[in-house]
Design a protein around this ligand. Structure first.
Ligand SMILES: Nc1ncnc2c1ncn2[C@@H]1O[C@H](COP(=O)(O)OP(=O)(O)OP(=O)(O)O)[C@@H](O)[C@H]1O
Ligand SMILES: [Mg+2]
Length: 152
């Protein structure tokens, strides 16, 4: 089923990804978990940066990939937005416990929006099922993305 909030889109240019981020920013609510999925280099961080801008994080605030810190915290128009990359947790003995230790569930309960790369399978440590999932695919030309916000 395809609805206004569950759709597939081509992303031929970075500008198209920025436009998509603005659209998705209009969908999210405080406390939402949004999973950004897809292989290395698929455009998850690029999308997260564009979405942070759309949520009000000024251009003067750098948005680097959270590869080393795992989680970066931003303030966008009065609401906290957390950007995480949990790729490295996959090598841990207990990825779920490691993810739980980041206390993102508590941030989410406090109303923070969570944008999480490589978070699939770790939802249990992130406060439960995601409200939104975007799966980026760069294997095809042009790139494309599948967006799902099933309850919106
Ligand atoms: N249409 C597009 N949308 C997004 N990124 C694009 C697009 N076209 C080219 N790019 C480029 O693709 C790269 C995507 O890298 P990005 O760091 O966002 O990937 P990633 O999915 O976060 O990878 P990783 O899993 O390593 O974190 C960027 O260099 C970006 O400029
Ligand atoms: Mg990334």
């Amino acid at each position: 089923m395809s609805t206004e909030h569950t759709f597939e889109e081509e992303l031929p240019t970075r500008k198209a990804t920025v436009r998509l981020a603005r659209r998705v920013a209009g969908l999210v609510r405080p406390g939402d978990l949004v999973l950004l999925e897809g292989p290395l280099g698929a455009g998850k961080t690029f999308f997260a940066r564009a979405m942070l801008r759309a949520l009000g994080v000024p251009a003067s605030v750098p948005v680097p990939s959270p590869t080393f810190a795992l989680v970066h915290r931003y303030e966008g128009a009065g609401r906290a937005v957390l950007h995480a990359d949990l790729y490295r947790l996959r090598d841990e003995a207990n990825p779920l416990a490691s993810a739980r230790a980041l206390a993102l569930r508590e941030d989410r309960e406090d109303g923070a929006i969570l944008l999480v790369e490589w978070g699939a399978g770790l939802e249990g440590a992130l406060g439960g099922a995601a409200e939104g999932t975007l799966v980026f695919d760069r294997a095809l030309e042009p790139r494309r993305v599948r967006v799902r916000f099933p309850s919106r």
